[in-house]
Design a protein around this ligand. Structure first.
Ligand SMILES: NC(=O)c1ccc[n+]([C@@H]2O[C@H](COP(=O)([O-])OP(=O)(O)OC[C@H]3O[C@@H](n4cnc5c(N)ncnc54)[C@H](O)[C@@H]3O)[C@@H](O)[C@H]2O)c1
Ligand SMILES: [Zn+2]
Ligand SMILES: [Zn+2]
Length: 366
């Protein structure tokens, strides 16, 4: 099968590798669509460390081609979203319902391995690592059955794929992690695939003031299209002042969907005493956040989320029902569709992804 392989920082190539075979509790999926998340880009640029050789892609949706032994949650022909929440179902965190920080999944999958600590991907005798338990920039992927979420068959796969990572993360940050409350005010720093979904999630939860912050005018326009009530350019506008004027005392919730120097800090400054900030973005794994102690005494809270802290089997089908109902305009995120052959160009560190979400579509699958 063809797959986008990262062998060294900065360089991605489409290679022919072996089609993986599902083991116990796993599923083989034929990919129909895979979104390109900023995290793929950061792995190629070296900002987020990657075990190489690595098959990229972690925002996939497709059709179940085969199931391994012991799988009864999905069957051949089912449409599935491949969640980046890789959970064992048996550890302390899973017992608490914190599936996105499963003690096994959160150790194995960022390290390029499946839950059992091995890899399914090979090219002859060579073993390749998998990205976040899926490696969906390839024609087929083997994933843990717990990460393969069955969905309605009438949903476009390009839309469904976004919930695997980016849109699922932004939406979950707003509806699960924060969670945003009715009539509240919200600031979202960064309006890419993740931030735009946080805006949608905030709107679904009944926020009435939603401030989008992004230097890109097209991203700001998209933000207003999907639910932001105001949009500011952090390179020109005095965001903190604008937020204080709009909300009187600072916003109730702040989200950072960028993860560069100063962006969590901006979200933190924009919330009122007692307000909540959720860090989502991470441009570089070594980045640090600086916040003032007095604001903590004023009861501001800072947390973060992996994958929007979603419970995939519940939250992904529910988000798609909201999409069908017109309340979660996920389709507005799909900026352009591409082919697998385009991936080396899209992931070139010199290439800037278009606002919204670039999605790779696999011809003839669903
Ligand atoms: N926590 C998680 O589980 C998780 C999941 C997915 C993605 N991420 C991370 O979230 C971040 C966003 O991902 P994405 O796919 O939406 O990225 P993206 O590239 O689609 O969008 C990033 C947006 O941020 C904007 N931006 C850049 N600098 C800014 C600044 N200083 N202030 C405001 N906006 C700014 C850009 O113009 C762009 O619109 C990335 O760091 C990614 O790695 C985290
Ligand atoms: Zn991602
Ligand atoms: Zn677990």
């Amino acid at each position: 099968m063809r797959a986008a392989v990262l062998r060294e920082i900065g360089s991605v190539a489409i290679e022919e590798i072996d089609r993986p075979v599902p083991k116990m509790g796993e599923v083989l999926v034929k990919l129909a669509a895979t979104g390109i998340c900023h995290t793929d880009k950061s792995m190629v640029s070296g900002g987020i460390p990657a075990a190489v050789p690595l098959v990229l892609g972690h925002e996939g949706a497709g059709v179940v081609e085969a199931v391994g032994p012991g799988v009864d949650s999905v069957g051949v022909g089912d449409h599935v979203v491949l969640s980046i929440v890789v959970s064992c179902g048996a550890c302390y965190q899973c017992g608490l319902g914190n599936l996105s920080i499963c003690e096994v999944g959160s150790l194995m999958s960022p390290g390029g391995l499946m839950l059992d600590g091995t890899t399914r991907l090979t090219k002859g005798d060579e073993e390749l690592f998998s990205l976040l338990g899926q490696s969906s920039l390839a024609e087929y992927a083997v994933v843990s059955a717990r990460s393969a979420v069955p969905i309605r068959k009438d949903i476009p796969m390009t839309v469904a794929s976004l919930l695997a990572c980016g849109a699922g993360t932004g939406y979950g940050a707003a509806v699960r992690r924060a969670p945003v409350s009715l009539g509240s005010s919200v600031v979202v720093v960064g309006c890419g695939g993740v931030g735009l979904a946080a805006i949608m999630g905030a709107r679904v939860r009944g926020a009435t003031t939603i401030v989008a912050v992004d230097p890109n005018p097209v991203a700001r326009e998209l933000a207003q299209k999907v639910g932001a009530t105001h949009a500011f350019d952090p390179t020109k506008d005095r965001v903190l002042r604008e937020v204080n004027t709009l909300t009187k005392r600072g916003a109730d919730f702040g989200f950072d969907a960028v993860g560069t120097k100063g962006t969590v800090e901006l979200a933190f400054q924009c919330v009122r005493p007692g307000g909540d900030v959720v860090a989502i973005g991470i441009e570089d794994a070594t980045n640090e956040v600086e916040i003032d102690l007095y604001s903590l005494l004023m009861q501001k809270r800072v947390t973060g989320t992996f994958a929007g802290s979603l419970i995939p089997q519940i939250d992904i089908p529910a988000a798609l029902e909201l999409f069908v109902d017109g309340r979660l305009p996920l389709d507005a995120l799909v900026s352009e569709t591409y082919r697998l052959e385009d991936v080396p160009r899209l992931l070139d560190p010199e290439f800037t992804l278009p606002p919204g979400r670039a999605v790779v579509s696999f011809e003839g699958v669903a």
